[in-house]
Design a protein around this ligand. Structure first.
Ligand code: 5GP
Ligand code: MG
Length: 183
């Protein structure tokens, strides 16, 4: 199996649609953030591609950080528990943070991270998520910036994985059911 496209049932957002939405989002964020020298914090690994695109779409004086948290493992549903597996490398006291996430689902991850960063002394914590899946929310999290509001389907591509694969698809799509068989 070398061609990942054959595992995709349907494409939700093409490469062009993603680029155009991020361009608009970046311009909107610029207006809010231009005087705040924000620190963009990407949640690894799913948000790594979105991070690269959104920071370039938002030409504000800023710096970047990365945090990794425990996630789904190889399945498709959240465990609820969040654990930091790689922490940020600097003092964030008084900083205006923008957390860059791939998808907001149950809310467990971003609820936890927002509290964590506030406890560490951040002046503000905004949330920018490429996708929002509001139908599955377990913890209340209100994102400040949303690329796309998506239906309750498991999506892959543009950084998002299934079993660590498909992250390098340039589009966002839904897998064929047979790909999950055996899980
Ligand atoms: P939450 O903590 O909000 O339930 O989940 C957030 C994380 O779960 C996301 O950062 C992402 O890693 C993963 N996740 C949630 N929904 C999906 C999905 O449809 N596809 C993929 N690949 N990951 C998802
Ligand atoms: Mg993630």
């Amino acid at each position: 199996m070398t061609n990942m496209d054959q595992d995709i049932l349907k494409i939700l957002y093409t490469e062009e649609e993603i680029a155009s939405r991020i361009h608009a989002l970046g311009a909107q964020m610029y207006e809010d953030l231009k005087d705040k020298e924000p620190l963009f914090i990407s949640v690894l690994r799913g948000a790594f591609i979105f991070m690269a695109d959104i920071v370039r779409a938002c030409q504000v004086r800023s710096d970047v950080e990365f945090i990794a948290v425990s996630s789904y493992g190889s399945g498709t549903s959240s465990t609820g528990a969040v654990k930091i597996t790689h922490d940020i490398q600097q003092d964030i006291t008084g900083r205006n943070l923008v957390v860059i996430e791939d998808i907001l689902d149950s809310g467990n991850t971003l609820h936890f991270l927002k509290q964590y960063f506030m406890t560490k002394g951040a002046a503000s914590v905004s949330i920018c998520t490429l996708m929002d899946k509001p139908s599955r929310r377990a913890k209340q999290v209100i994102p400040d910036y949303v690329g796309f509001t998506v239906p309750d389907e498991f999506v892959v591509g543009y950084g998002l994985d299934y079993d660590q694969k498909y992250r390098n698809l340039p589009y966002i799509g839904v897998l064929k059911p047979e790909v999950y068989e055996g899980d």
